[in-house]
Unconditional design. Structure first.
Length: 302
């Protein structure tokens, strides 16, 4: 039996170049860039694109775009805290939305991996536009170290045939005003369950291949917004916070999701959502979060 190949730790300059070149498929085609790197820290940026919009009436980015960026930016910081020999995977990700992103401006992120154990890396991050002191969102995350044998740093993205991010027009779609939801191909099934078809543009790890954790988070958030709005008969609720727990790898299969309301107040609703693929009893991810309900004009305040 042949011995497994010996993986040599990378000097930091080579590690930073490898992290810069070896993005996820979605991260690469979205335009996410690693702008600056230091040990355990990543400064990244994502250019504004119309396909990222969550509501064409306002031009504000879909919350899932910010979630996906922070997920990948946190992963960069973890990779920069290690030596290039270990694969990583997101275990959980908590996003707190501070304010809507200003339409037309790029998003930036600063992520810090502040502790690494033998198996787990802990990260915090800030997404912002003009100043880190005025965040769009903040995040905390945990990553598994040595999650599998598919180290993405072994391969760059430049020589691959890559898909493009587009949002085909569909005036009859319930997501007619949400380019990013249309980009992901999200649709509502006959029983009200939401469906996200597998496509190359939502791949995170191209070696497995596996769905980008940020795409799963975006799918769960979209499911929650649609389900809560439909059940309560309200306009699109405003995300406050979202915690995603990653339970299994999202394979190259269609994904399904549903949401349930845990507690409803006059201004805030708590929800739980689950995503699965071929077996609802084996979810690939779950999410818990809160939405602010938009006030009806003239309604009494608490």
């Amino acid at each position: 039996m042949s011995n497994p190949p010996v993986i040599t730790p990378l000097p930091f300059d080579q590690l930073a170049e490898a992290v810069k070149a070896s993005r996820s498929v979605y991260g690469y085609i979205s335009g996410l860039r690693l702008d600056r790197a230091s040990k355990g820290e990543a400064w990244s940026s994502l250019p504004y694109r119309p396909v990222f919009v969550g509501d064409t009436a306002t031009g504000v980015l879909h919350g899932g775009v910010v979630t996906a960026m922070l997920d990948e930016s946190c992963g960069m910081a973890v990779q920069l805290a290690l030596d290039g020999t270990s694969a990583i995977a997101t275990l959980d990700l908590r996003i707190d939305y501070q304010k809507p992103a200003t339409p037309g401006l790029d998003i930036r992120a600063h992520s810090v991996c502040y502790r690494v154990t033998r198996s787990i890396a802990f990260v915090r991050a800030t997404a912002y536009q003009e100043s880190e002191d005025d965040p769009v969102a903040t995040a905390t995350a945990c990553f598994m170290v040595g999650a599998n044998r598919t180290n993405m740093l072994d391969r760059g993205m430049e020589d691959r045939a890559l898909p493009v991010l587009d949002a085909p027009e569909d005036p009859a779609s319930p997501f007619a005003n949400s380019p990013f939801a249309r980009c992901l191909g999200i649709r509502i099934g006959g029983d009200g369950t939401l469906v996200m078809p597998f496509s190359p543009k939502i791949i995170g790890n191209p070696i497995l291949p596996a769905i980008h954790g940020g795409m799963t988070g975006a799918f769960l958030e979209t499911t929650a917004i649609v389900g809560v709005a439909r059940e309560l008969g309200v306009s699109s609720p405003k995300p406050i916070g979202l915690t995603v727990n990653y339970l299994r790898s999202g394979r190259a299969l269609d994904s399904y999701a549903k949401v349930s309301i845990v507690k409803q107040g006059r201004r805030v609703v708590a929800f739980e959502a689950q995503a699965w693929q071929d077996d609802p009893a084996k979810p690939i991810a779950s999410a818990f979060g809160h939405f602010m309900l938009r006030q009806t004009p003239g309604a009494d305040e608490e």
